[in-house]
Design a protein around this ligand. Structure first.
Ligand SMILES: [Zn+2]
Length: 402
């Protein structure tokens, strides 16, 4: 168990991914790309163009470039098909899909809920590698049917050959039993079925994942010594680091879920929070409250009645000369369904809402009265005790593929 639990990292995929752009929807599933994917697409196009130039020097540079582009596009479609297979099977088991995102290390099918049981986990996990194997076989038959006598042109056959290799690698690498890779999930589902203990199965498989990540880092470091394979070595180190992080994050995610799910927010909230009167000047807010308590958000009251909150971010937007002239009331953000919760709200739901809306503070309101506040740190503090007392529960909802 990690010594310090950070509820902030609850959403594995949100932490892993930066800016995302939606490209299109496939049968209702949003397909997005992370900014980092464009870097990979450019690198793949560039290196494939060079590769085809060496292998088929009789073709023109234009054709090499087109082949490089087609290869990169094929890689995109290959990863997408792999993730779609996960998503389609997940949906058959009644798990809603938030979307598919492609990023530097491959793709992620983001699932909103956890697999309901070992059978569902097994089916969802194995679907991706099966899809990749199927695409590899299709590309292989295209490649084998080509050649000088076949119906396909030399460039088509060469790109099909590359995609055969890529899809085989996608299937094989993901089947390594290192959680959270697909193979690790398959193993976890088997162990889960065997012992009936998801917590134990996840811990076991995460440790394998962490060890495998370390092995990749060591191997990558060895390859750095050989100038010929320096790039490959560096890449292995990055993937190893990513895998270690993903394995730890997935296990942590499980701990957070099992500690929060089914618990009311009133267990975690800070009671008797510091409130700010509406008619206080912004200058006094900064001097008497922000400097003293170091909070980023304060609930605002009007004669004991809660009317909203004020954040240091809003204060910073106001020109300094206005601080003495304006009152807190001018900067108040009203109460919404996003920034307030009832005391009996499920703690996991509250944390999910906070992560999604990126609000630093939730106000806990009972019959119009402020009874407490909740920041990420409050979940952190409350979790350590709760998790130690009650292990078990559900698992990580994302499946990163490399
Ligand atoms: Zn996969």
């Amino acid at each position: 168990m990690p010594s310090r639990l950070s509820a902030r990292r609850e959403k594995t995929s949100d932490a892993m991914l930066g800016r995302r752009y939606q490209l299109f929807r496939f049968s209702g599933i949003p397909i997005r790309v992370d900014l980092s994917w464009f870097l990979v697409a450019t690198l793949v196009t560039w290196s494939l163009t060079g590769y085809f130039d060496q292998r088929l020097p009789e073709l023109s540079p234009w054709i090499h470039g087109t082949m490089g582009l087609a290869g990169a596009l094929g890689l995109f479609v290959s990863v997408l098909l792999h993730e779609l297979a996960h998503a389609v099977v997940a949906r058959r088991y009644g798990m809603p899909i938030r979307g598919i995102t492609l990023f530097v290390f491959g793709g992620v099918a983001e699932m909103e809920t956890e697999p309901p049981g070992p059978a569902a986990e097994f089916g969802v996990a194995i679907a991706g590698p099966i899809a990749s194997f199927a695409v590899a076989v299709a590309c292989l038959s295209l490649w084998a049917g080509g050649g000088s006598s076949g119906p396909w042109s030399t460039p088509t056959v060469a790109v099909a050959g590359y995609l055969t290799g890529v899809n085989t690698l996608l299937a094989v690498f993901n089947l390594v039993p290192a959680f959270p890779l697909d193979g690790g999930r398959v193993l976890r589902s088997v162990l889960w079925q065997w012992r009936g203990d998801l917590h134990w199965a996840t811990r076991f498989c995460s440790r394998l994942g962490i060890t495998f990540g370390l092995a990749m880092i060591l191997l990558g470091t060895l390859r750095l010594l050989d100038p010929q394979s320096r790039m490959g070595g560096l890449w292995m180190i990055f993937i190893g680091l990513f895998l270690r992080w993903a394995a730890k994050a997935s296990y942590h995610h499980l701990l957070v879920r099992s500690g929060l799910e089914g618990e009311p927010v009133s267990r975690f909230m800070r009671r008797e929070p510091v409130t700010v009167p509406r008619f206080l000047s912004v200058a006094n807010l900064v001097d008497d409250y922000v400097r003293r308590y170091q909070h980023r958000v304060f609930p605002v009251v009007d004669n004991e009645r809660l009317i909203g909150s004020v954040s240091t971010a809003r204060v910073q937007q106001l020109p300094r000369e206005e601080w003495t002239r304006q009152s807190v009331g001018a900067l108040v953000e009203p109460l919404t369904l996003d920034n307030t919760v009832a005391p009996d709200t499920d703690a996991l739901e509250a944390l999910t809402r906070m992560s999604r809306s990126r609000l630093p503070l939730l106000m806990v309101v009972d019959k119009g009265k402020l009874v407490g506040v909740l920041g990420f740190g409050d979940f952190d503090r409350g979790l350590a005790a709760a998790i130690a007392a009650a292990p078990g529960g559900a698992a990580a909802g994302t499946s990163p593929d490399s």
